[in-house]
Design a protein around this ligand. Structure first.
Ligand SMILES: Cc1cc2nc3c(=O)[nH]c(=O)nc-3n(C[C@H](O)[C@H](O)[C@H](O)COP(=O)(O)OP(=O)(O)OC[C@H]3O[C@@H](n4cnc5c(N)ncnc54)[C@H](O)[C@@H]3O)c2cc1C
Length: 430
């Protein structure tokens, strides 16, 4: 992933701003909004007077926001995982975006540790709507980032209920075990009693997807900074101001794309926590079973998602599929959990695990109702959420960012009203 570059907009070349007083922001450095000034239409009296009257103009028409004194940007995005990066791509046509990532590289946390699957039937009905809304982008934008994988579910004695539920949920067709064995020769006929397949399910080139979104954002003038943790957030003079080791930045709009830290960022801004909970999920990369070319194998789920395995560049990644609640942190795999998960995988195959090539873990962060959180905060002005991506952050990325852009730009979302409501932060009001 690409690193950051020097901020164009650090007032006083990195000097901290005076704290506290309203209107104490220094003037915007020259040139930052010149493009917007040429293109944009400022309403009579400017956005300052519009804001003073209580109106919140949609950002799409606020390109003349240079009139708001001292703002370095129109939109600050906190968090450089897939959520923040996709947001930067979709919001950058609306105004001057700055994407801030704490780590030294983008996609360091969950976004660098996924199984990279696009399965349209994976997730709740609300998640499936976002999957569908993302599908065209994943297949076609910039030449597409998907390649065929296919799915298989395998179940053993006592796993019938989970097997049937998974088949119904993700749309797989049961087939005889011998047929499944022809596709995945290591399936153990003594312990596998149920098998089902589907030809949907695609590998996502997650790195390419991220690079494509970053390229689109930068082409629209977005600035992107890594190694830039936001350590304080303040609302002052109609702007959000953030403090970072590289200086302070201000914009009218703040987007919270901080993944496991999204509640922390909200609290830092003086807002409420929505109860977002990170859950650890581990992964082992193992050598391909000897004598087998795994590239054409489907992604295989143990019934009830008790484990899964997926071909990965000549090897297999195997996850215990655990969901252990954790505080936000840089996650690592738990040895015991990995061993137990690998044992569940081994129970269904004839090839024992001989060599672990690598292992890792990431945090999948869910809202209490397991749907993503996308839209304006109910209390904080001009504060938008794109959080709670759970186990679906890549496959929902384009649809989620489109919805966020509709909220920020004040345009009609492409999604059905009930889906927009089910994703809206206001569902946690009261
Ligand atoms: C094992 C595993 C398998 C998965 N498999 C799939 C899959 O097959 N398909 C799929 O679609 N999804 C999958 N997921 C889920 C997907 O990876 C996540 O939903 C997605 O990566 C979440 O992205 P994010 O941007 O919300 O969070 P993150 O990637 O965690 O990014 C949040 C970023 O915010 C930054 N940040 C936090 N606080 C601050 C601050 N104060 N200042 C600056 N930056 C800050 C963090 O450093 C971090 O980089 C999987 C996840 C795991 C763990």
């Amino acid at each position: 992933m690409e690193g950051g570059r020097r901020p164009l907009a650090v007032p006083g070349d990195g000097a901290a701003w005076p704290a506290g007083e309203a209107g104490a922001l220094p003037p915007a450095p020259p040139g930052i909004f010149s493009l917007r000034r040429r293109k944009g239409g400022v309403p009579v009296g400017g956005w300052e007077s519009a804001a003073a009257s209580g109106a919140t103009p949609p950002l799409a028409s606020a390109r003349g926001s240079a009139t708001l004194r001292g703002m370095t940007h129109d939109i600050l995005i906190i968090g450089g995982g897939i959520a923040g990066i996709a947001a930067a791509a979709r919001l950058s046509p609306l105004g001057k975006v700055l994407l801030l990532e704490a780590e030294g590289q983008f996609a360091h946390h969950a976004s660098g540790r996924s199984a990279a699957l696009y399965e349209p039937g994976y997730g709740s009905s609300v998640v499936k709507a976002l999957n569908a809304a993302s599908e065209h982008h994943l297949f076609h934008a910039d030449g597409g980032v998907l390649s065929p994988r296919g799915l298989m579910i395998v179940g053993g004695p006592g796993e019938e209920a989970g097997f049937e539920e998974d088949c119904a949920d993700m749309g797989l067709t049961p087939i005889p075990v011998e047929e499944a064995q022809a596709r995945v020769p290591i399936l153990n006929p003594e312990t596998v009693t149920h098998t089902a397949v589907a030809d949907h399910g695609w590998d996502i080139d997650t790195d390419l997807l991220i690079q494509n979104f970053l390229r689109a954002a930068r082409a629209n003038g977005a600035e992107t900074l890594t190694a830039t943790p936001v350590t304080a957030i303040m609302r002052q003079g109609g702007a959000w101001q953030v403090t970072t080791p590289k200086g302070n930045f201000a914009a009218r709009i703040l987007v919270n794309a901080a993944g496991p830290w999204a509640d922390t960022v909200s609290a830092m801004a003086g807002g409420r926590k929505l109860g977002l909970q990170p859950y650890r999920r581990s992964m082992a990369r193992i050598a391909a079973p000897e004598g087998h070319e795994v590239a054409s194998w489907p992604m295989i789920f143990g019934a009830g998602e008790t484990w899964y395995a997926k071909p990965d560049a000549g090897a297999l990644i195997v996850s215990p599929s655990e969901a252990h609640p954790m505080d936000p942190h840089d996650a690592w795999a738990d040895d015991m959990v990995l061993a137990e998960g690998l044992a569940r995988y081994e129970e269904r195959v004839t090839a024992p695990v001989t060599r672990m090539l690598a292992n890792w873990a990431g945090l999948r962060t869910f809202a209490p109702d397991r749907a993503l959180v996308i839209g304006p905060d109910s209390v904080l002005p001009d504060f938008f959420w794109t959080a709670g991506q759970g186990g679906y952050g890549f496959q929902t990325s384009a649809g989620a960012a489109d919805l966020l852009a509709a909220h920020v730009g004040g345009t009609a979302p492409a999604l059905e009203t009930d889906i927009v409501a089910a994703l809206h932060p206001a569902r946690f009001d009261g």
